[in-house]
Design a protein around this ligand. Structure first.
Ligand code: ADP
Ligand code: ADP
Length: 225
């Protein structure tokens, strides 16, 4: 549960190949960083795994199941973005509970689950605030709580730290890693930062022009003589 396999994954836009025949296996509970220069296909790959982008050819297996043609909600994935994408008019509690509402849970159950989740990211004292009244780091925690509430097996993160100042970025990096370890979840994290990958990743995957150029432990990739 939580393992990811990409088999010959390919995405064609009209004239160009954004992602070209990618093969990759990520074990359950691993922290994978997807790296490479702008335009190399990182986000397209992540969006295909999330189900926000259709696949031109190939397969996506999550927890052993072929999800290539399933809707985002049927995949057991949750996405976290750079700008957090919190609903600005909702309180923290409502933001975190939102996924359960979509899933049809009653108010009492979703409030209880959301309060538990807020406590697990140490944000229970802020439940009635709207996102604009939180710091960047606090918004990040709410975004994480919101992603975790539907108990996904795989968390997909698209440059989640790049809007933070350098100090907060390093702090939130630690928190992400800690939560990932604690919950034993699979994380796939798109970043352009080698330093970030070094700090976070069990496995780093370097893309270039739509293909995988290198993959392995960050040490084996970045410390090669
Ligand atoms: P990265 O995340 O590594 O910066 P992307 O996955 O966003 O790269 O983009 C990979 C390639 O696909 C780029 O050449 C980009 O211009 C192209 N691309 C991305 N999205 C679209 C789209 N919706 N339509 C056409 N081309 C796209
Ligand atoms: P309740 O049944 O708990 O009163 P509502 O259906 O009124 O909830 O929605 C609660 C809030 O969530 C509302 O402010 C609504 O505008 C907002 N909301 C619902 N769906 C979305 C969505 N897809 N994007 C942004 N906000 C949404």
């Amino acid at each position: 549960k939580g393992n990811v396999s990409l088999v010959g994954l390919t995405k064609k836009y009209d004239s160009s190949l954004a992602v070209s025949d990618i093969n990759l296996t990520i074990e359950a509970g691993q922290y994978c960083c997807l790296l490479g220069p702008s335009g190399c296909g990182k986000s397209t790959t992540l969006r295909m795994i999330a189900g926000h982008e259709s696949v031109s050819s190939g397969q996506i297996l999550l927890s052993g199941k072929d999800v290539t043609h399933l809707s985002p909600r049927q995949r057991g994935t949750a996405m976290m973005f750079q700008n957090y994408a919190l609903f600005p008019h909702m309180t923290c509690l409502e933001n975190v509970a939102y996924g359960l509402k979509v899933a049809g849970k009653n108010r009492e159950d979703r409030t209880k689950a959301a309060l538990d989740m807020l406590a697990s990211v140490d944000m229970q004292d802020h439940q009635h605030k709207v996102p604009a009244h939180l710091s960047g780091g606090q918004q990040q925690r709410i975004a994480l709580a919101r992603a975790l509430i539907c108990q996904p097996d795989v968390i997909l993160l698209d440059e989640p730290l790049s809007a933070l100042d350098p100090f907060l970025r390093i702090q939130m990096r630690k928190e992400l890693k800690q939560i990932q370890r604690q919950l034993g979840l699979t994380f796939i994290h798109v970043t352009h930062s080698q330093e970030e990958a070094f700090a976070l990743a069990d496995i780093a995957v370097v893309m270039k022009d739509g293909v995988i150029e290198q993959s392995g432990t960050p040490k084996s990739i970045f410390e090669r003589p």
